[in-house]
Design a protein around this ligand. Structure first.
Ligand code: GAL
Length: 699
């Protein structure tokens, strides 16, 4: 049996072999589920450290991230090293059995670096060089910054590689910095040269004949800095690709330095869900453990399903392996305009939700609430008011609950539905000057996913072009860029009897954001059996759609399209809904093209929620998809409002995010892992509560 601890033995930068960790309770980083958070002892007098550790033990904390922002403490002047405080902290934690995720503090250089070497500071697209005084003030392209960061990583690793407290390495923090300065221009040009080989190729790929942009050499090319009017979309797209790769270079340099200095523990960095600056598909294979920071907005009515989607993404990035929830808030954050807190019950629910969807660790920002600095009102496990608080008691309860979830650690979530998502497509689709800026990749992805969530059906998020065997349903909410390989995979899926559903404005452009020529979707026309000639913004007033009388699963009620529609004709597909009005009147809006037992559905518009749900439910039903309770998905038969149901290995997670008690029928009489109570087949779940059910008692 392979554990994540073994990952350290492998060659840096290669994805560990997929392994099934079944029912052993061996999680990502050792036994059971990790629980803890960011611990910043350098921000506190030494006297508090003993109390911190004592309270951590009381709360069941077993993993803390140390040192993320400690560069100026470790290196107060160039080349100096002050590690004694860190020695003491690691020994103290280890003495109490608390493992450490040791961070390289390279996301926030000390002020002296920018003063001595102004070129280490990033330049924004308006040409403004950003100052120190906050954090993240570094240019990922700066050779001097990278050299200082690497040197620090080497010294940290030399000193602590063998420290028994260190279980994980955490490089930098939330990589996402952009830089448009001169060093970035140099790196960008090198990147372009490697991608295109010659300036003629670049001119061709970018279509620089438009607006007289033809380049004579790579030296003339700039990052997309502030310009009088719209920027070439291909230039923007490549700059985003380059920026993600440049950040990855920073990560790799430190990771490889840590490894070379003798560290054998897994190495990671913290992702940020659907974070625009970084293409996590290209990063995923570079980290040993996928880790993510999640700060859902409690004010959003869709927070629970949107978070579930992010969690499914994290599991998918790691090919199904357990991941780590590295940061979340136990109460309020402090960086929104109006920081509605979540209750400790909600924080508990979201923590269990992460475990349900494959996390083997649940950590928070941060352990002790900051007394000073910009995050003084951000919640923490140990608030300003101390341990005699609701929040701390909530943390203790959560620690105890997570301890009971040991049998779930290492287990897998089995998804039969794949949902396509890719960063370059998202980037290209969000460029300005398109039919409508109201159409958003992420919004469509979330809407489609919500239908699955309401049925208790998990999904893997899939990179276009990846193998689709294993998926009985494949959803393509909005793949604006579609490459031939991805189109081939969809065709193969349908020929293997899968149901594939393709959303509007997909398959529009090639890898360089050039519009594919011919009736669209050019690469999928044969598959979907419809073709189109025009995309258009739809009026504010929803456009009515009429449903075909022959569609057996047609939903009741009135349906409409809004935002964006397409002028389509059927080339053989069944037309299930038609535009009833406006410039597209009489044209197909929803179609299905059967291929043996499989089918390719196509949506030629952004259709209203009920119709979208009906289409996706029909596809799920036709594919025989089951929900986590073991029942086949039935159109119109959603779970009770707000109830989330997920199966992970032997455990069935029931999470009630709704406002009402949820009544449901279980497949058998089960036991709650957290309380060991017997739960009858017909059960009721109060709002804000959760059950983690398995067969048989645990103790
Ligand atoms: C994260 C960051 C933490 C802390 C937290 C506050 O983005 O990594 O250091 O700032 O946000 O929500």
């Amino acid at each position: 049996m392979k554990r994540f601890d073994d990952v350290a033995e492998r060659v840096p930068g290669q994805t560990p072999e997929t392994s099934r960790l079944s029912g052993t309770g061996s999680g990502t980083l050792g036994d059971g589920i990790c629980f803890g958070g960011d611990y910043n002892p350098e921000q506190w007098p030494r006297e508090t450290w003993a109390e911190d550790v004592e309270l951590m033990v009381r709360a069941g904390v077993n993993l803390v991230t140390v040192g993320v922002f400690s560069w100026s403490t470790i290196e107060p002047s160039p080349g100096e090293r002050r590690f004694e405080w860190l020695d003491e902290v690691l020994d103290l934690l280890h003495g109490s059995g608390i493992a450490v995720d040791l961070a390289t503090p390279t996301a926030s250089p000390p002020p002296w670096l920018g003063i001595r070497y102004p070129e280490t500071l990033p330049v924004d697209r308006d040409g403004v060089r950003l100052a120190a005084g906050s954090r993240n003030h570094y240019s990922p392209a700066s050779v001097v910054y990278r050299e200082h960061a690497r040197a620090l990583a080497v010294d940290l690793a030399r000193r602590y590689a063998k420290h028994p407290a260190v279980r994980l390495w955490h490089v930098g923090n939330e990589y996402g910095e952009l830089d448009y300065g001169d060093e970035a221009a140099r790196e960008f040009r090198g990147w372009l040269q490697r991608r295109y080989g010659s300036i003629e190729e670049l001119n061709d790929a970018w279509g620089t004949a438009v607006w007289s942009q033809g380049y004579g050499s790579f030296d003339e090319v700039l990052p997309p800095r502030k310009a009088p009017y719209l920027i070439n979309p291909a230039q923007s797209l490549d700059f985003r690709r380059y920026s993600s790769d440049q950040l990855l270079t920073c990560f790799r340099e430190q990771r490889d330095a840590i490894r070379a200095a003798g560290a054998t523990q897994p190495i990671t960095t913290n992702f940020m869900g659907f974070f625009p600056p970084v293409d996590y598909w290209s990063w995923a294979g570079e980290v040993d453990v996928i880790a993510d920071d999640q700060y859902p907005d409690p004010a959003s009515p869709h927070a629970a399903s949107d978070t579930a989607l992010v969690q499914d993404l994290m599991r998918s990035l790691g090919d199904g392996r357990p991941w780590l929830l590295m940061e979340q808030a136990i109460g309020a954050v402090s960086w929104r305009k109006h920081n509605l807190p979540r209750s400790v019950d909600e924080a508990r629910l979201n923590s269990l939700q992460a475990v349900a969807r494959g996390a083997d660790g649940v950590c928070f920002f941060q352990w002790r609430q900051a007394r000073t600095g910009p995050e003084r009102f951000h919640s923490a496990l140990l608030p300003h008011a101390g341990a005699d608080t609701e929040v701390f008691r909530g943390a203790e309860r959560l620690g105890a609950d997570l301890k009971r979830l040991r049998p779930v650690a290492g287990e897998r979530v089995d998804a039969r539905v794949g949902i396509l998502f890719d960063w370059p497509s998202w980037w290209a689709a969000e460029e300005p000057a398109r039919p409508t800026e109201r159409h958003s990749t992420l919004e469509q992805l979330r809407r489609w996913y919500r239908v699955l969530w309401r049925h208790g059906v998990p999904a893997d998020v899939v990179r276009p072009g990846a193998d689709l065997r294993g998926y009985h349903v494949v959803l393509v909410p909005h793949s604006y860029l579609l490459e031939p390989r991805a189109a081939d995979r969809l065709r193969e899926a349908v020929s293997r009897s899968a149901q594939v559903v393709v959303g509007a404005f997909s398959g529009v452009a090639d890898a360089n954001a050039g519009i594919l020529q011919g009736r669209f979707p050019v690469l999928l026309r044969d598959l979907v059996g419809v073709s189109g000639e025009e995309w258009m913004a739809l009026p504010d007033e929803p456009t009515p759609l009429s449903l075909d009388a022959g569609w057996d699963a047609a939903p009741r009620g009135e349906h409409s399209a809004s935002v964006l529609g397409e002028r389509l004709r059927s080339d053989g597909a069944d037309v299930l809904a038609t535009f009833g009005d406006g410039p597209l009147a009489g044209h197909p809006a929803v179609t299905r093209n059967r291929h043996g037992a499989g089918a390719a559905w196509y949506l030629g518009a952004v259709v209203s929620d009920a119709l979208l749900a009906a289409v996706l439910e029909a596809a799920l039903h036709d594919a025989g998809i089951e929900n986590a309770l073991g029942g086949r998905v039935r159109p119109g038969k959603q779970l009770p409002d707000g109830l989330e149901v997920v199966r992970r290995g032997p455990a069935l997670f029931l999470l009630n995010h709704g406002r009402d008690t949820a009544e449901l029928e279980l497949p058998a009489t089960l036991h709650d892992l957290m309380t060991n109570e017997r739960i009858d087949r017909a059960t009721a779940l109060a709002p804000g509560t959760a059950l983690v059910l398995i067969e048989g008692r645990t103790t």
